[in-house]
Design a binder for this molecule. Structure first.
Ligand SMILES: [Zn+2]
Length: 301
């Protein structure tokens, strides 16, 4: 496989993106894991950078000569599969496990890495959640930070950044400045409307956060979710598109609200966003998205 960095420096951005899609469409390790039946796939997306997919969940790990930086372990079953995938690539120890946010479906199951000596990292607010509502499957973070934290290992850099509350109140992005990649969980899923009734989302804070993320330097994102048909990396414009969707959703509900249409069932029946009708889950979740925004205008929350 050609060197990713060479591709960046010698091609125009559009050609770079085309080459990138070609690269990432070739899984480095496709895994039915010796017939285990698990829906697992690991793709190399840059030199030393891999995306692990477990069903509709994805995380990122970075392999260096001094160890591995892993991210969201998801759950015990997925974490074991992730460890297996890492071991197919390197015998370097997993030095760090970074949590994207506090939600259990992303951050349980890390014990296998803890036993192997990894240090766990999260934004400081996550710690409060983990202490208040205990989950024996969640490994407590060893390192917490408030706004920014930089992990440097074996010549690789991962920049962790907090933007305030948005989806929960300890979500961070993980940016690889050299590779211009951004790992982003839950708040951007390309070409898909917001998840169900937007649990733990603060809609205006989410929009503010996405605007701030748009200012970071990256060419492509690694989203924390997506069907197996979606490549492991997506164009960076997905962040702006997710923000524009939320703005359109809020504007549509507010427009009806301001006309005195406060009945939820009527809003759900009447509000359509035709520009997004081809996005995933449009038919199934739009009414739930509308309910979340109705609640916002109803309650100021
Ligand atoms: Zn979440």
């Amino acid at each position: 496989m050609p060197q990713f960095r060479i591709t960046i420096t010698t091609c125009s951005r559009s050609v770079f993106m085309a080459v990138l899609w070609t690269l990432v469409s070739l899984p480095a390790f496709s895994a039915d894991l010796a017939g285990s039946g698990e829906d697992v796939e690991t793709s190399r997306v840059a030199d030393g950078v891999y995306v692990f997919r477990w069903g509709v969940y994805r995380n990122m790990f970075v392999v260096t000569d001094e160890g591995v930086i892993a991210t969201d372990p998801l759950n015990a079953q997925a974490a074991q599969l992730l460890m297996n995938e890492i071991r197919m690539i390197t015998d370097q120890p997993v030095r760090y496990v970074v949590y994207s946010h506090q939600h259990w479906d992303h951050v349980a199951g890390g014990k296998i890495f803890k036993k192997a000596g990894a240090m766990f990292v999260s934004q400081e607010n996550c710690l409060r959640h983990f202490k208040r509502r205990r989950n024996p499957d969640i490994v407590m973070p060893d390192i917490v930070f408030s706004d920014r934290y930089q992990l440097a290992l074996g010549g690789k850099t991962v920049e962790l950044q907090y933007f305030g509350p948005n989806h929960g109140d300890c979500l961070i992005t993980m940016r690889l400045p050299d590779e211009k990649l951004l790992f982003i969980v839950d708040i951007v899923t390309p070409k898909r409307i917001a998840f169900r009734n937007m649990p733990d989302d603060s809609p205006p804070e989410l929009i503010r956060t996405l605007r701030e993320i748009e200012q970071l330097e990256f060419d492509a994102i690694i989203p924390g979710h997506g069907p197996d048909s979606m490549p492991p990396v997506s164009p960076g414009s997905a962040v702006r598109e997710a923000r524009e969707y939320l703005e359109a959703l809020m504007a549509a509900v507010k427009s009806e609200w301001d006309k005195g249409n406060h009945d939820l069932a009527r809003l759900q029946a009447g509000i359509k966003l035709p520009a997004y009708r081809n996005w995933q889950a449009y038919d199934d979740w739009l009414a739930m998205n509308v309910e979340r925004i109705w609640a916002y205008y109803h309650m100021g929350w």
